[in-house]
Design a binder for this molecule. Structure first.
Ligand SMILES: Nc1ncnc2c1ncn2[C@@H]1O[C@H](COP(=O)(O)OP(=O)(O)OP(=O)(O)O)[C@@H](O)[C@H]1O
Ligand SMILES: O=C(O)[C@@H](O)C(=O)CO
Length: 416
């Protein structure tokens, strides 16, 4: 086995955690950094086989996404990365203005790579690509829930067309079963319906210096490219706060998270925030924190687990948007979750489960967590992680659409 190391750039926080969880499946040591670390930050990444820099670059203007991605690349090169992976969403979340095409092009130029493959498929989570078209659980992307996504509505399932709108390079597609269109194009959407297809794609791409895609291909590619594998994920179990109280913060508006919250509410306390409320955010957060501490003070056999949700149903979200406008309602919600997470840490809480990519970003930023080590997997694409630095906190950061109905119970069962 060679000692090649893998540097990854992910365009969102929970997407990055998803990628990490796939890479640890083969026994790699993986560290996820939130934002581009200072080169002299002193973080010891020397024992990592792969480092994933998580950005929040999915929905920002393309030139900014390019700058941040190139700065992440420079960091990963200085860390010692030999191969590079650009991770975006398995539903190819992007707009006509970008950012998948512009970022991939910029990384390709920086690494002197002419031909780039795009492999978003994640069969285990129902995302497949056939003849260049993306399907979610068998439904064309443009007919799936993604067509209504507030930031990146995906209204075209044909990824060749979607990517072509974002790059001046020619775009084609290729399947591992010998079919292709415009196979000499310099940007290739790769079909994959099963994990066997992904293994075949990984073999084809094994000598590439840069690959782009969803999390699922990354693991097979890392194996095929013989990326260093030091053996065994870092254990996330922390002895001093085992199984203390746990709080779930659900800011995701996805149907999957709503179903998970409803399931959890049947047996556990749930607080539904009213974001439309004109009270100031400090008093809304203060009320939520008081509600939590009341649960800690109750005697019981089990450590208490409670959930705070901001998006019980679409009416609650619509009401907040009507009151504050779309952007301000989201910012207000995020500010409330930020205050709650800081308050919870002051209360000594060391286990947090967060649903939603933006919400996870807000919580991690509020808690000033620079990086995490990856631990046990809860559901495909969602592991427990442990913060690096003091005080240590265990987190599960879930992409809105990930996990089955019982996700929060699964997280508690596998919890450090
Ligand atoms: N009641 C609400 N009113 C307005 N905005 C809300 C409300 N609840 C949540 N939000 C905002 O909606 C956005 C949800 O995005 P988030 O990325 O957290 O979840 P998601 O889009 O479901 O998940 P993912 O991006 O992981 O697929 C956040 O900005 C959040 O603050
Ligand atoms: O690829 C996925 O589906 C996830 O990692 C993600 O990025 C969701 O936002």
């Amino acid at each position: 086995m060679t000692s090649q190391r893998l540097g990854c750039i992910a365009d969102d926080y929970t997407g990055a955690t998803d990628l990490c969880s796939m890479l640890v499946r083969s026994g790699r040591r993986v560290v996820q950094c939130f934002g581009v670390p200072e080169l002299a930050s002193g973080q010891n990444l020397s024992d990592a086989d792969a480092v994933v820099v998580a950005l929040k670059s999915r929905s920002i203007p393309a030139p900014e996404a390019v700058d941040e991605s190139l700065s992440a690349l420079r960091f990963l090169q200085s860390w010692g990365g030999d191969r590079f992976f650009f991770k975006y969403c398995s539903t190819f979340d992007s707009t006509k203005q970008g950012n998948i095409g512009p970022v991939a092009d910029a990384l390709g130029t920086a690494l002197d790579v002419d031909r780039l493959m795009f492999c978003p498929a994640f069969p285990e989570n129902g995302r497949t690509v056939h003849c260049g078209h993306l399907f979610v659980d068998g439904v064309p992307l443009s007919e799936s829930g993604m067509r209504n996504h507030p930031l990146n509505p995906m209204t075209d399932s044909n990824l060749v067309r979607v990517l072509q709108a974002q790059t001046s390079h020619s775009v084609g597609w290729l399947s591992t079963h010998g079919k292709s269109a415009n196979p000499n194009a310099s940007r290739i959407i790769v079909d994959a319906i099963t994990d066997d297809d992904l293994r075949a794609v990984a073999d084809i791409a094994s000598s590439e210096r840069l690959l782009t895609g969803g999390s699922a291909i990354a693991r097979y590619w890392a194996d095929a490219a013989q990326i260093r594998c030091s053996g065994g994920p870092t254990e996330t179990r922390s002895t001093d706060h085992d199984k203390g109280p746990c709080v779930i913060l659900a800011g995701s508006c996805s149907d999957a998270t709503r179903t998970q919250v409803a399931e959890f509410e049947q047996t556990h306390p749930v607080l539904h925030l009213n974001v439309a409320d004109t009270a100031n955010i400090e008093s809304i957060a203060g009320m939520a924190l008081k509600w939590c501490s009341n649960h800690w003070n109750r005697q019981g056999d089990q450590p208490p687990v409670v959930l705070i949700s901001s998006a019980e149903n679409s009416q609650a979200v619509d009401a907040a948007r009507q009151q504050w406008g779309e952007r301000e309602a989201a910012e207000r919600t995020e500010a409330i979750f930020a205050l709650i997470s800081v308050g919870l840490r002051e209360q000594g809480i060391t286990r947090l489960i967060v649903a939603g990519g933006e919400t996870s970003g807000t919580v991690v930023a509020a808690l000033k967590i620079p990086a995490v080590r990856i631990g046990r997997e809860i559901a495909p694409g969602v592991p427990w992680v442990t913060s690096i630095g003091e005080p240590t906190i265990s987190l599960a950061l879930k992409s809105g659409n990930f996990g089955g109905k019982s996700f929060f119970f699964d997280a508690l069962e596998t919890s450090p």
